[in-house]
Design a protein around this ligand. Structure first.
Ligand code: ZN
Ligand code: ZN
Length: 348
């Protein structure tokens, strides 16, 4: 990959906004942060000045502390003016978590893609005291480590509803090729995929701003996983298709406002990296599959670092995604081992 002068990745702000504060990253566009209780400890949210009120993009996970921070943001940087719309880029809890609460507090309307809204509504209503049989089957097929499997089988699983406020009925749908007015600009809606289904991104027609959610991040590769809700999904194929399509739109001067980490410029190069990371991972994995391996045995070639307990779940679903892509594109075989795990082997 050739890094032309001027095409490199730059981060105009090295320090994120402090809790309860905002940084104006473009006229009428405020960047704010909310905390997350995990290794990735923050999510970025944005407020766009519509003149008669605000549109916010993404909301953070629901928590007492998060709600207190939102109250401080609404009164402080947002100056007590009306919150008219909540736009959510994708259904993950760190983005949709407080959307329902903000709607109830302020009367704001919700704007999302249909798939993202359906996923979020479905998952908040599907409360589980123990993992259902399908989830346990999925874990065994993934070759989850026995001690982790035994612990999870008897514990209340992560529940969407624990960190996502109830979503009231009713939303406004956005889809590919829509245009939406926010913050005194017209934005083209382009749909991403792979990290989350029907993930919305917004490309300003009037300046160089791009609201990218988690489809495009500056310094981490968005997680791409397969879940028990759709065990035969091929999100790697979805990801590559979406990134190649979005790369066509990318300009070096675009200011990319993503869901995590820092805003950046140098998008054409970043898109090539995001695509290249997965081609590289797939090649290393294929090399490793000389003998049959389950997903839980493929962390070393995929991640090139050790995986801690806090990351195990995300690493496992990402390993399944890469192996299943090799299988579904005809590069690897898949068969069921005695321990009920799918094992994958390179085709010669
Ligand atoms: Zn996400
Ligand atoms: Zn996120």
């Amino acid at each position: 990959m050739k890094d032309h002068p001027g095409d490199g990745i730059r981060t105009p702000w090295e320090e994120p906004p402090k809790e309860g504060e905002a940084i104006e990253v473009a006229p009428g566009v405020l960047w704010m942060r909310l905390p997350l209780p995990m290794k990735l400890d923050h999510v970025n949210v944005y407020a766009l000045d519509d003149g008669d009120g605000w549109t916010v993009v993404d909301t953070g996970m629901a928590s007492k502390r998060g709600k207190a921070i939102w109250r401080a943001l609404l009164e402080g940087p947002l100056a007590g003016r009306a919150l008219r719309r909540v736009v959510v880029t994708h259904h993950h809890p760190d983005h949709i978590g407080m959307a329902g609460w903000l709607m109830a507090e302020t009367g704001a309307e919700l704007v999302m893609t249909r798939t993202a809204w359906l996923m979020a509504r479905m998952l908040t209503l599907d409360e589980q005291a123990l993992p259902p049989a399908e989830t346990l089957t999925f874990y065994r097929r993934a070759g989850m480590a026995t001690d982790i499997y035994d612990a999870r089988a008897t514990e209340r699983p992560f529940n969407f509803a624990d960190v996502v406020s109830p979503l009231p009925l009713g939303y406004t749908r956005i889809q590919q090729d829509d245009r939406i007015e926010m913050g005194g600009r017209s934005w083209d809606v382009h749909i991403g995929n792979g990290h989350a289904p029907e993930h919305a991104t917004f490309w300003s027609r009037d300046d160089a701003s791009v609201l990218a959610g988690d489809q495009i991040l500056s310094s981490i590769s968005p997680n791409i996983g397969v879940y028990p809700t759709e065990p035969m999904a091929d999100p790697i194929a979805d990801w590559l298709e979406a990134c190649e399509r979005l790369a066509e739109l990318a300009r070096p001067d675009h200011l990319v406002l993503g869901g995590h980490k820092l805003p950046f410029t140098g998008l054409p190069l970043r898109m090539q990296q995001l695509i290249g990371n997965h081609h590289g991972a797939l090649a290393r994995l294929l090399e490793y599959l000389e003998t049959p391996k389950a997903a839980g045995e493929c962390f070393a070639p995929l991640f090139k670092r050790s995986i801690g307990a806090g990351e195990y779940g995300l690493a496992l679903v990402e390993a399944v995604a890469h192996l299943s892509h090799l299988h579904q594109t005809g590069l690897a075989t898949r068969s069921l081992r005695d321990d009920d795990a799918w094992v994958y082997q390179r085709k010669d």
